[in-house]
Design a protein around this ligand. Structure first.
Ligand SMILES: [Zn+2]
Ligand SMILES: [Zn+2]
Length: 224
């Protein structure tokens, strides 16, 4: 069995103490892609064809705009806008207007960076399953991790058959690790809420400010 991608980023993420190791890998992959679309991709015809076709989502436009290459971004936005412009056909009745609205809605939030990073994450999820099956040390790191955000947990479930003959053991462990992490989040939220109870007024223990953001990240991924 061959590994599809390097295992180092996976090792690094699973050894870090974070809410979701897959989110950590996502962030690194995403940062590299944003850099790419501000540098070498600007003058690369193949990349430009993809940018013209899919554009960038709001989140990635924000990140590209925060980067250093405004000219590179302007060039890509120019040809993307021409592409969007070409999709606007003359309308003279409501049926045509609605058809155009439906067609445009499908393309408005498509994103070339999301497409690439989603594909990468799928391969990483694949490799996590393989590593669990093949590397005893990784199996221990996996057992010790803090679980995953729900979107990445779902992705790992989808790719769990890549553990081959160890799929049953892998899925059992994945469910266990995730439930343990959700139990921890529930306990933390409960403790946080109790801090606001009048019976705890004057207590020296303060609510942990990380409790709510951590619960949000567990449910939705890294949005904070
Ligand atoms: Zn995640
Ligand atoms: Zn995006």
């Amino acid at each position: 069995m061959q590994y599809h991608i390097q295992t180092e980023p996976i090792w690094e993420a699973f050894q870090s103490d974070c809410d979701c190791p897959m989110c950590r890998i996502y962030e690194k992959s995403e940062t590299r892609l944003v850099e790419q679309y501000l540098n070498e991709a600007v003058m690369e015809p193949d990349y430009r064809v993809e940018v013209n076709k899919y554009g960038f989502c709001k989140e990635h436009l924000r990140k590209l705009f925060a980067g250093k290459n405004k000219l590179g971004l302007a060039l890509q936005l120019h040809t993307r806008t021409l592409q969007v412009r070409s999709q606007i056909k003359p309308c003279s009745n409501y049926k045509q207007a609605l058809k155009q609205a439906v067609e445009l809605a499908e393309t408005l939030d498509s994103c070339v960076i999301c497409r690439s990073v989603d594909e990468m994450m799928k391969r990483y999820a694949y490799t996590v399953a393989q590593m669990y099956a093949l590397e005893e040390d990784f199996k221990h790191a996996f057992q010790k991790c803090n679980g995953f955000c729900m979107p990445h947990y779902t992705l790992l479930l989808r790719e769990s058959n890549k553990a081959g003959g160890k799929t049953a053991a892998y899925v059992t462990e994945l469910v266990y690790v995730q439930n343990r992490s959700l139990d921890r989040v529930c306990n933390d939220l409960d403790r946080f809420a109790q801090m606001f109870d009048y019976r705890n007024a004057g207590s020296a223990v303060r609510p942990d400010p990380e409790t709510v953001p951590s619960a949000i990240r567990k449910l939705k991924g890294r949005i904070l």
